[in-house]
Design a protein around this ligand. Structure first.
Ligand SMILES: Nc1ncnc2c1ncn2[C@@H]1O[C@H](COP(=O)(O)OP(=O)(O)OP(=O)(O)O)[C@@H](O)[C@H]1O
Ligand SMILES: [Mg+2]
Length: 522
């Protein structure tokens, strides 16, 4: 709805030509200003400056409609002192009407326009000469979301129609930039929400209550986790495959003060030897063929949090030297880089048998001592049968839920089979066994025949070789002594007191059953 009073005076061809060139140059500058930055506000500011410089805009501003409040807010301004503090209601004043109607308004002489509110500057601050005001909408998806307003010096011969069209083009470029910005903001918000949600989920999944087990060793492990979680101490978790080492590493992280920082895992055994260093420490652009840009290492990604090095025994000796330095001095360089990076990460590592690796010369002893500050030993499942039923019930319930089955219990013969099996794959094997059983079971009870062939041993087929009383007693005795030694952390005198026996007898039994009491020291 252009309100146009003055008729433009005819111009010379040269004048028209030079102003067209100026407009094209401005459009180019506008496009560069808007695409050259991801900060929309800064881009808008530059556009307004260009309008001031090349088109004699005395004042200019971009207002945007705030969807939540329904108010118009100044997003960027040029030549206005208090521009940022101004806001309009939709439909209020000329700017408000432009946004409401989605149509441009041209006021050739603002002194004659009663609708002109002039919120942005006090009368006294206004230049003494007459001004023209041109306001064009910023349209997104066919809806006005803001406006570009420009004050120009009044000139009776100005071609207002052309000027308004030109500003319309600038406004449509701004709307493209707004669109991109909103897409980016939307995506960022979505990612942030998703991240918060995932972190919460991880925290719940790996909080203490997921570490099931009521056996003595499991209770001790929980105690160790809570002791060490609050410290910066490097932790070494040992145990056979599938005993729950990774679960414990998670529990340490999510119960520490670093719970909101990253938990980064490196599977040392799965990474080729040539890659491990660059994975851990990152590299600079050009560090080697193929290093096209700088890459952050896992240490950098885990900053402030926990770095979990699974199967540390598999890393090569050269990397071990670098790792030792990080542990001692808490600093390192990226591959091909000279900048020394400080690191604040807690290391949690796992390994089955580091002592063997040291004996074989594949693992540095000094690094072993650095990592073995606090060690947690997870006994194999066959040595903590009390946990077995608890875990079996837990897996039964959770797989019944995920596979939408209504299985209530495990039959006694099936339980006997679970109890007599030696579980070389530990908890992971038990977990897989129960998932399989749930899948093949079509009733409410898991029966012996739902268990895999590996468990269908002598017991189920009735060909079990009966153990002699002597062997059974010996096995029980050995178990009792091992349990006591675990409780006393390998102290034989205390274990003897616990069992109401003498130290001499215990020493004799330890030798007889070849029990390695040193293993319980940590
Ligand atoms: N105490 C436990 N309570 C509940 N689930 C457990 C427990 N211990 C282990 N699990 C489950 O058993 C599976 C194997 O555990 P995890 O991956 O932590 O073992 P691991 O010791 O790291 O094995 P590996 O040495 O083969 O990597 C996981 O699915 C884990 O959730
Ligand atoms: Mg693991």
């Amino acid at each position: 709805m252009p309100i146009s009073t003055a008729r433009p005076a005819p111009r010379t061809a040269a004048e028209t030509h030079s102003s067209e060139v100026r407009r094209l140059a401005t459009l180019l500058d506008t496009s560069q200003a808007l695409t050259g930055t991801i900060d929309l506000k800064a881009g808008l500011h530059r556009v307004l400056e260009v309008l001031g410089r090349h088109h004699g805009a005395v004042r200019s501003s971009v207002v945007m409609l705030d969807d939540d409040t329904g108010q118009l807010r100044v997003e960027a301004s040029d030549g206005l002192d208090n521009g940022y503090r101004v806001s309009y209601q939709l439909g209020e004043g000329i700017t408000g009407r432009v946004v409401q109607s989605g149509k441009p308004i041209v006021v050739p002489q603002i002194s004659r326009e009663p609708m002109f509110l002039n919120r942005a500057a006090k009368r006294s601050e206004l230049p003494q000469q007459e001004l023209s005001f041109i306001c064009v909408p910023i349209v997104l998806n066919r809806k006005a979301v803001g406006a570009l307003g420009v004050d120009l010096r009044f000139k009776a011969d100005r071609d207002y129609d052309r000027t308004q069209k030109f500003l319309g083009v600038v406004a449509s470029m701004i709307s493209q930039a707004v669109k991109v910005q909103r897409l980016i903001d939307g995506e960022r918000k979505r990612l942030l929400d998703e991240n918060t949600h995932l972190r919460q989920e991880l925290k719940e999944r790996y909080d203490f209550s997921n570490l099931l087990g009521t056996s003595g060793p499991m209770r001790q492990i929980c105690e160790q986790v809570s002791q060490v979680a609050r410290t910066m101490t490097t932790v070494l978790i040992r145990g056979e495959s599938g005993t729950g080492k990774e679960l414990i590493a998670h529990a340490i992280h999510y119960n520490s003060l670093r719970a909101n920082k990253p938990f980064v895992k490196v599977s040392c055994a799965a990474l080729p030897e040539s890659l491990i260093e660059s994975e851990l420490f990152g590299y600079e652009k050009g560090a080697f063929t193929g290093a096209q840009q700088r890459k952050k290492g896992r240490f950098e990604l885990a900053e402030g949090g926990t770095l979990f090095l699974d199967e540390i025994g598999d890393i090569n000796l050269a990397t071990q030297v670098k790792l030792l330095r990080v542990l001692q001095e808490r600093e390192y360089e990226r591959l091909g880089g000279t900048e020394t990076l400080k690191t604040n990460v807690r290391l949690v590592t796992t390994n089955k048998d580091l002592e063997k690796a040291i004996a074989e010369g594949t693992f540095r002893e000094d690094l072993y001592y650095r990592m073995n500050v606090f060690s947690i030993f997870v006994p194999p499942l066959r040595e903590r049968k009390t946990d077995l039923l608890l875990l079996a019930d837990h897996f039964l319930e959770s797989f019944s839920r995920t596979h939408s089955k209504n299985i209530k219990r495990i039959s006694t013969p099936a339980i006997d089979m679970l109890m007599s099996y030696h579980w070389p794959g530990n908890v992971r094997e038990l977990e897989n066994t129960l998932e399989r059983a749930v899948l093949v079971c079509d009733g409410h009870v898991i029966h012996a025949h739902h268990l895999p062939p590996t468990l269908q041993t002598a017991e189920a087929s009735g060909t079990v070789t009966r153990v002699s009383l002597k062997d059974a007693v010996a096995a029980y005795e050995k178990d009792l002594i091992q349990d006591a030694l675990k409780t006393t952390r390998g102290n034989r005198a205390k274990a003897a007191r616990l069992l109401n026996a003498t130290e001499r007898i215990i020493n004799y039994q330890v030798r007889k059953y070849s029990i390695d009491y040193r293993r319980f020291k940590n």
